[in-house]
Write a protein that binds this ligand. Structure first.
Ligand SMILES: Cc1cc2nc3c(=O)[nH]c(=O)nc-3n(C[C@H](O)[C@H](O)[C@H](O)COP(=O)(O)OP(=O)(O)OC[C@H]3O[C@@H](n4cnc5c(N)ncnc54)[C@H](O)[C@@H]3O)c2cc1C
Length: 357
């Protein structure tokens, strides 16, 4: 049964940075919309990331449209500052947010979407924006013997602080920012090896006094497909490379097998370890779209610049590299949403009778 007596223009699924930035654009256009999120408060998954997480982009390049990130523009905000900013953002613009509501399924009937929720409610809308996050399903590679490991094995999404690993031998898997940050932090209390398939690509956080993100903006490089195709570099003020060079933690090529109490390296040698931490990335969780043709032949989301290829009126925001290198970042979601807006408006005016507002 339709929870509201009207058909909305847009339902946004997800109230993290992507859903909130999209909500801001919808509001600017005077559209009738609702942001639905299973969490009770806006802000998305930032509150679930590890305690010491610090943004890799400075405050001046970490804002959503319409509200600067508070504090020193050159500083690198901490996780909790991001959560606070996003909650304040939703409040500042009074974005319509329905928390504590998980979307279970989306169907399309005669050009109207029915968004079915775990509360028993169904919301009807002429279009749907999926902002449910590109980092919600932790990805762990399958490795021979992994299930036999008797030590602690976790994904970086479940890692919070180094204390539980004090005095242990830990292997961290991954070559991107999270892996290096976690390895560095853990090395203060534990013996750490970072296992990577390829060499770590360090990139200076600041060049000629300017932050990496300022250069990306200045050169317009981040808008290119070329940059999207590159693997993510580890941004470094010098601290991480120095830690590696001075042996604070070690790097080795990816191990080939896991034993009940250790790992087997490519040269056949073994190391006994207590814990394995996989900082090996995430995939989007789009189970609620099952039933709509949203996957292409390779199983990826069938979309172009955020517009679903096979479902009219369905849009995405916040998917990694959906439009460019910045698509799944604080600074990128606003412009991606802005790019979609004229197309969404065109869809509403072409395929649907105007809403009674
Ligand atoms: C460890 C880590 C570090 C990062 N560091 C940075 C950084 O320094 N700078 C930067 O700009 N970006 C960074 N990112 C990337 C990105 O900015 C964050 O992942 C951010 O949280 C993504 O925001 P989002 O709104 O797209 O998704 P999320 O924050 O994941 O929010 C999605 C929301 O959708 C909701 N949802 C999902 N499914 C449903 C459903 N079925 N029904 C209802 N609600 C649903 C969730 O509850 C959640 O609130 C980092 C990511 C990770 C994982």
């Amino acid at each position: 049964m339709n929870e509201l007596s009207r058909t909305l223009d847009v339902v946004v699924i997800g109230g993290g940075q992507a859903g909130l930035a999209f909500g801001w654009h919808l509001q600017q256009h005077g559209l009738d919309f609702l942001i639905i999120d299973e969490q009770t408060r806006p802000g998305g998954n930032w509150r679930n990331y590890y305690d010491s997480l610090q943004l890799f982009s400075p405050a001046e390049y970490s804002a959503l449209p319409g509200l600067p990130f508070p504090g020193d523009p050159k500083s690198y905000p901490l996780r909790d500052e991001v959560v606070k900013y996003l909650e304040a953002y939703a409040g500042e613009f009074r974005l319509p947010f329905q928390g504590g509501t998980r979307v279970m399924g989306v169907a399309q009937k005669e050009k109207v979407f029915e968004v079915r929720c775990d509360t028993g409610a169904t919301f009807c809308a002429r279009s749907v924006v999926v902002a449910s996050g590109g980092f919600s399903r932790p990805f762990t590679p399958s490795i021979l013997g992994l299930e036999s490991f008797s030590g602690t094995c976790l994904h970086s999404s479940a890692y919070r602080t180094p204390e539980p690993f004090a005095g242990q031998r830990v292997v961290v898997v991954g070559a991107a920012n999270s892996a290096v940050q976690i390895a560095y932090e853990l090395a203060g209390v534990a013996e750490v090896v970072l296992a990577t398939r390829e060499k770590i690509r360090f990139f200076p956080q600041r060049i000629l006094g300017l932050d990496f993100h300022a250069w990306l903006k200045f050169t317009k490089l981040e808008q290119t497909r070329w940059l999207s195709d590159q693997s993510t570099p580890v941004l470094d003020t010098g601290k991480y490379r120095n830690a590696l060079d001075t042996g604070r933690f070690q790097r080795r090529g990816m191990f080939q097998q896991v034993l009940p109490d250790g790992v087997v390296w490519p040269d056949g040698s073994t190391t006994k370890i207590d814990a394995l931490i996989f900082a090996t990335g995430f995939q989007p969780n789009l189970d609620f779209l099952t039933g709509l043709p949203v996957a292409n032949r390779s199983g990826r989301v069938a979309q172009h610049n955020g517009v679903a290829s096979q479902v009219a009126g369905l849009y995405f925001v916040g998917l990694p590299k959906q439009r460019n290198f910045a698509s799944a970042t604080l600074r990128g979601v606003g412009s991606d949403a802005g790019h979609i807006m004229p197309l969404l408006r065109h869809h509403l005016s072409r395929d649907c009778p105007p809403n009674q507002r």
